[in-house]
Design a protein around this ligand. Structure first.
Ligand SMILES: [Ca+2]
Ligand SMILES: [Ca+2]
Ligand SMILES: [Ca+2]
Length: 305
């Protein structure tokens, strides 16, 4: 295990309480009438407590990797039981217009993983997965989402069974957008500061094995104008179960070279500069598997985070 990070690299995390309203994205709580799949009791489809974003789109129970090609095709790479990826299958077209796309897990509450996508105008759309590699009718679930440093599926940070979303604004605030389990939102709030300089921040499930979903960050390769040593740099923010986080220090090193990182349920998948994807599985409160190379050639696509 790594030691605690050098103080220069440590980021403060200040929980802010009592914030009633946010200056930022306007969230449309109600989905438009075109959204068909929002019915059904939430209790029947809740994910396990502490889970990260579910990413099984094909329906075989194994999380998949999604990416957008240069021509705008949405590609699904099914994973085998060992994590190795099969060839990409096109499951969507016209995705080049989305600046961001990520997997929140099952946002709509039907037990099937979904995708969120944000266009240049800041409109956020939900693409509900149909469980067999296709889609139910997409719908708009927000506006004003342009301008964030990143937006990502945070897992179920408030332990209510519904997956949540988080975003980093240019001031470094971490904003928490709780899902309502039916394809809409509960009231967002700020849950941290000092997140601007990280290269990647993702939810990856319960990494410290306390039953609550957590968040990790990786540093920029060039930090504060200097090229930093690539150590002590996968940082854990432990979820408290009520939507807030606490800084739990470094849980890995060498992560500053990765050009993309996605999180699943106690799994991180990271792309190295040569386009190879590496899979790391959290096996205990302080242990990872050795990274396994699960695919190559991913420099020509954008990973769906
Ligand atoms: Ca769903
Ligand atoms: Ca939640
Ligand atoms: Ca945890």
């Amino acid at each position: 295990m790594t030691a605690l990070p050098h103080a220069r690299h440590r980021r403060s995390l200040i929980a802010l309480a009592g914030i009633a309203a946010l200056v930022g994205p306007l969230v449309a709580v109600a989905a438009p009438a075109t959204a068909a799949p929002l019915g059904g009791p939430v209790a029947a489809v809740v994910a396990a407590q502490g889970s990260g974003p579910e990413r099984d789109f094909s329906g075989d129970g194994i999380d998949d990797t999604l990416a957008i090609s240069e021509s705008g095709d949405l590609l699904m790479y099914r994973a085998t039981g060992s994590g190795s990826l099969t060839g990409g299958v096109r499951i969507g077209t016209g995705w080049s217009g989305f600046d961001r796309a990520f997997v929140p897990g099952d946002f709509t509450g039907d037990g099937r993983a979904d995708v969120m996508a944000i266009n240049a105008a800041g409109d956020l759309f939900v693409y509900p997965g149909n469980g067999t590699g296709g889609w139910l009718a997409p719908y708009q679930a927000g506006r004003g989402w342009q301008g964030f440093i990143s937006v990502f599926g945070a897992g179920d940070l408030n332990s209510d069974g519904a997956p949540d979303v988080a975003a980093r604004d240019p001031q470094g605030q971490l904003l928490f957008y709780p899902g309502n389990g039916r394809g809409g939102w509960l009231t967002p709030r700020v849950i941290g500061t000092g997140f601007a300089d990280f290269q990647h921040v993702v939810g990856a499930g319960d990494l410290d094995f306390d039953g609550r979903a957590d968040v990790v960050s990786t540093p920029s390769a060039n930090d504060e104008g200097q090229t930093i040593a690539c150590g002590y740099d996968l940082h854990l923010y432990s979820g408290t179960g009520n939507g807030s986080l606490r800084n739990s220090g470094a849980i890995g090193s060498g992560w500053c070279t990765f050009t993309a990182v996605t999180g699943g349920d106690r799994v991180l998948i990271a792309r190295d500069p040569s386009g190879v994807l590496w899979r790391y599985v959290r096996t205990g409160p302080s242990s990872w598997t050795t990274g396994n190379a699960i695919g190559s050639g991913f420099n020509s696509v954008r990973l769906v985070g």
